[in-house]
Design a protein around this ligand. Structure first.
Ligand SMILES: Cc1cc2nc3c(=O)[nH]c(=O)nc-3n(C[C@H](O)[C@H](O)[C@H](O)COP(=O)(O)OP(=O)(O)OC[C@H]3O[C@@H](n4cnc5c(N)ncnc54)[C@H](O)[C@@H]3O)c2cc1C
Length: 671
């Protein structure tokens, strides 16, 4: 049984990273020129890592399945990126960001990693500003901040509702400089289909050229996986349609442990599902909760009338509305963390108070923000006795300035004007906190194989706070990995080029080709999506926002059965030697069908409620917190790292016990 070594340095938490950097092995600039590094994924994590490593002098080979790094899923991030700059002077600090992140993650993350994340967060903002990222600025020209759920300060830097896009343009331009210099060789439209291990070390990957179908070998001294999250295991999610688990799952099958697979984030503010034929869900940024108030009708008869289209939300009197988050959580109100807000919405909808035809929606209402901002604007502009109409107009202009593109997007999808009627929202799968287990160096359990960004498990515990994913991806890529990888590569300076004409490459390439041949020749009767949708239904119903032992046991069995049927009856049309989306999907769904079962097994094992993982058996039964999630620190204060053993159900659990020396473990309360 392998023993997990997190390699967290000794010493006070505030000094760990600084002292570690002082002592870590380095590779001298001349030797860096002789070292190749593969980076799989060029979203914010991989893109920033590729650019920085190339800038340092390494030879980087970077891969993405899209036609350009600019199309990575990171582009869709709307709301912002956290950093403990304390520009608002509202009491922020590295410690507070660290504290909020560990608490927000329900005390299931590694303290030392999170503290380092908080420390380097400030550098990220400086780096991105230097690249020209157009963060929002206040009237005086200083960078502006807003607030996200689970915190009491404003520390979120943003670029309207397009923060991810702007950050990605920054990382992409940094990459491009290195592509032009020949330090990054960019492989667009290349999908990594497996990793090659030589003498226990990661030495290369096998890819498929998605345009020609050619299977290729690529070697390097180290391999970095930055392939994003696996939320699409639910079929419907807010993630990009192509987002997948293949790279992460393939390295898991080769020996990289997979940590906390059941820790998924269900985001509270998404556009509700409209029917069975939908293939994608859309996020409405959490930033909207800064100004929008969430409510459902207080009376069941009003809820029914709304569901049947007989009553409009604007016709419900103020006293007949239930602002349930403000009622239940007065301290944080509409800005409670995502897991709490999602469960509260589900609770109201399950009780019959949902506000659309399916009964699975709640209102996000900006009426009081229009009024508040409108009154302020009237004062600023010196308008005496403004009419109600004037006030609303002035307020709407401010909201438009802040969230205009989100309002426009909502109107395009729902065909209702959110300036006139409240938005409807419902929770949806959004992010995966679980992922490949990594140590303090961001190395997996396979030497020379690293994992960064959403693909790893590291910093968010059981629940990620808003605007912290971009922070982590860029921290990993710009500021952490470029240091820590040197510690490993310092021993590789004499290795020389890694050959690809070896039995190890032969063997992996053969297995990749065999799998493609299988799909092309199977001639089954059902499409890949047929199986993916069925998997999604099981995941959502039995391993979704609320979980219990019986459902999870059933989920494991049902997923296995779907998987077996998939291998017998899947149909992939087209040719292997051309662009073939169906073939790409087949490989990805095959991996989801294994990951889904491990996910359910992990959720079954964790018989406690924590963060996004809510076990119905583990709930507070009395007192002020009655009905809230009950964590069990005595038995579950560990990272569950799973070792692959042939079948997901046979995976072996390794525990990384979590130590909390700098933060007191408390039941979370946002009341
Ligand atoms: C709608 C939405 C809004 C969000 N808003 C925010 C926000 O405001 N703030 C915030 O902090 N977070 C936000 N997030 C989360 C955040 O966007 C992601 O967690 C983050 O961008 C992930 O970055 P990444 O670099 O790890 O992965 P990705 O951006 O997903 O990039 C993955 C890369 O890996 C490549 N890849 C994958 N598999 C393979 C393979 N097998 N072979 C080759 N290449 C491969 C892809 O081509 C891509 O380049 C949001 C998420 C969503 C869904």
């Amino acid at each position: 049984m392998a023993i997990l070594n997190s390699k967290v340095p000794e010493g006070p938490i505030k000094d760990k990273w600084t002292k570690y950097k002082d002592k870590i092995n380095l590779v001298n600039p001349a030797n860096k020129r002789n070292i190749d590094i593969i980076v799989v994924g060029t979203g914010l994590a991989g893109g920033s890592a590729a650019a920085t490593l190339a800038e340092q002098g390494y030879n980087v080979k970077a891969y993405c399945y899209q036609d350009s790094p600019r199309r990575a899923h990171s582009i869709s991030a709307q709301g912002g990126i956290n950093a403990s700059k304390n520009y608002m002077g509202d009491g922020d600090s590295d410690y507070r960001l660290f504290h909020d992140t560990v608490k927000g993650g329900d005390y299931r993350s590694r303290e030392a990693n999170v503290y380092r994340l908080a420390e380097v967060s400030v550098n990220i903002i400086d780096q991105c500003v230097a690249q020209g990222v157009p963060f929002a600025r206040d009237y005086g020209g200083l960078l502006d901040n807003r607030s996200f759920g689970g915190v009491l300060v404003s520390r979120t830097f943003y670029a309207k509702g397009q923060t991810g896009q702007q950050l990605l343009l920054g990382a992409y331009s940094a990459m491009n400089r290195q592509i032009a210099r020949g330090k990054i060789e960019m492989f667009n439209r290349h999908e990594m289909l497996d990793v090659v291990i030589v003498n226990g070390k990661a030495r290369g990957i096998i890819t498929r050229n998605l345009i020609t179908g050619e299977i290729e070998r690529h070697s390097a001294h180290a391999v970095i996986i930055a392939s994003g999250g696996y939320g699409n295991v639910y079929f419907l999610s807010t993630m990009a349609m192509g987002a997948n688990a293949t790279a992460a799952w393939k390295i898991h099958k080769k020996g990289a442990f997979f940590a906390n697979p059941s820790f998924t984030q269900i985001h509270p503010t998404c556009i509700p599902r409209s029917g069975d034929y939908q293939s994608k869900l859309t996020l409405m940024s959490e930033s909207l909760r800064n100004d929008g108030r969430i409510w459902v009708p207080a009376k069941i008869e009003d809820a029914k009338a709304i569901q049947q289209g007989k009553l409009k939300p604007t016709e419900i009197a103020e006293e007949d509305r239930d602002y349930y988050l403000e009622r239940r959580y007065p301290a944080f109100g509409n800005l409670v963390p995502r897991d709490v807000a999602s469960r509260a919405a589900k609770e109201r909808c399950d009780a019959g108070y949902g506000v659309n035809g399916t009964g699975e929606a709640v209102f996000l209402d900006f009426a009081s923000a229009f009024e508040r901002y409108g009154k302020e604007q009237a004062k600023i502009k010196g308008i005496k006795n403004p009419s109600e109409e004037e006030i609303i107009k002035l307020g709407q202009a401010i909201i438009e300035e802040k969230y205009g593109n989100l309002f426009q997007m909502y109107e395009k999808i729902i065909a209702e004007n959110p300036y006139e009627t409240p938005m409807m929202i419902y929770p949806a799968t959004h992010y995966t906190m679980g992922g490949v287990w990594v140590d303090y160096n961001l190395m997996t359990t396979i030497p020379g194989l690293y994992c960064i960004g959403e693909a790893n498990f590291s910093d968010h515990g059981a629940n990620r706070l808003g605007a912290s994913a971009l922070m982590q991806g860029l921290a990993d890529g710009y500021f952490v990995l470029p240091y820590t990888i040197g510690d490993y590569l310092a021993d590789e300076i004499r290795t020389g080029e890694i050959p690809t004409d070896t039995p190890e490459f032969d063997e992996v390439e053969k297995s990749v080709k065999e799998r493609i041949d299988f799909f092309m020749n199977n001639k089954g009767s059902k499409s890949v999506d047929h199986f993916h949708k069925r998997l999604g239904v099981v995941m959502w119903n039995k391993a979704g926002m609320s979980r219990n032992e019986k459902d999870l046991q059933e989920a494991m069995k049902e997923i296995k059965a779907i998987r077996e049927e998939f291998w017998k009856d899947v149909k992939v049309s087209g040719d292997a030697n051309e662009m073939n989306f169906e073939l790409e999907k087949a490989g990805r769904v095959a991996d989801f069908l294994e990951l889904g079962e491990l996910f359910a097994k992990d959720a079954l094992n964790r018989n406690e409620s924590c963060g996004g993982h809510y076990r119905e058996e583990s709930v507070v039964t009395e007192g002020e917190q009655k009905g809230e999630a009950l964590r069990n620190d005595e038995d579950f204060a560990y990272v569950a790292a799973w070792e692959y053993k042939g079948e997901p159900a046979d995976s072996v659990l390794h525990k990384e016990e979590l130590e909390f020396k700098d933060i007191e473990l408390k039941q979370r309360s946002y009341k």
